[in-house]
Write a protein of this length. Structure first.
Length: 180
């Protein structure tokens, strides 16, 4: 069980890792690795991506993306097509069979999320998504800005931490963070 004293980054990381673990076990029967289902998902969202673009989307080396594409091509799940006007560039597309596999993966992903959130009310789940979205937006803002505006000065931040932990502990103890 997590506590308000646990750093939020660890908690978010643990939740994401556990969701991936459950999902991986569920898709294993399809004969897919995590990297392969990531390729399928990226290509479903962006058909015709080049190997280089796919590598960037997945944050892997081009050679790694190439090997993944080779394996998926051998399974008959993707096909390479030379780009018109520049035959050096191959565009990668899902096959009809891969689209069927992707639909199954998506259903498994939805079931995994449903199972993970099953102890929350609809209102709580909605609040969770809203709050995580706000956190993500703020982090994107910080990541995109080389010198982000800090909302609190160092001394203020220490004071905020000192005030916030007891408040969070009390709210959790009183079950006030999310009203039923």
């Amino acid at each position: 069980m997590s506590s308000p004293d646990e750093p939020i980054g660890f908690l978010i990381s643990d939740v994401a890792r556990l969701m991936r673990t459950v999902f991986d076990r569920r898709v294993r029967k399809l004969g897919l690795t995590r990297a392969q289902w990531l390729v399928l998902t990226r290509l479903h969202r962006r058909p015709g991506a080049s190997q280089s673009e796919l590598a960037d989307m997945m944050e892997v080396e081009k050679a790694t993306a190439g090997r993944l594409i080779d394996r998926l091509e051998a399974k008959g799940w993707v096909e390479r097509r030379a780009q018109a006007g520049d035959r050096r560039i191959n565009r990668v597309y899902l096959t009809t069979e891969a689209e069927r596999v992707h639909k199954r993966i998506w259903r498994i992903a939805e079931a995994t999320v449903d199972d993970a959130l099953s102890d929350l009310s609809q209102r709580e789940a909605g609040q969770l998504f809203k709050l995580l979205g706000r956190i993500k937006s703020r982090l994107v803002e910080i990541a995109d800005n080389p010198a982000p505006q800090l909302r609190a000065k160092n001394g203020d931040r220490d004071a905020m931490r000192a005030r916030s932990k007891p408040a969070v502990r009390q709210a959790v103890a009183e079950d006030e963070l999310v009203a039923p």
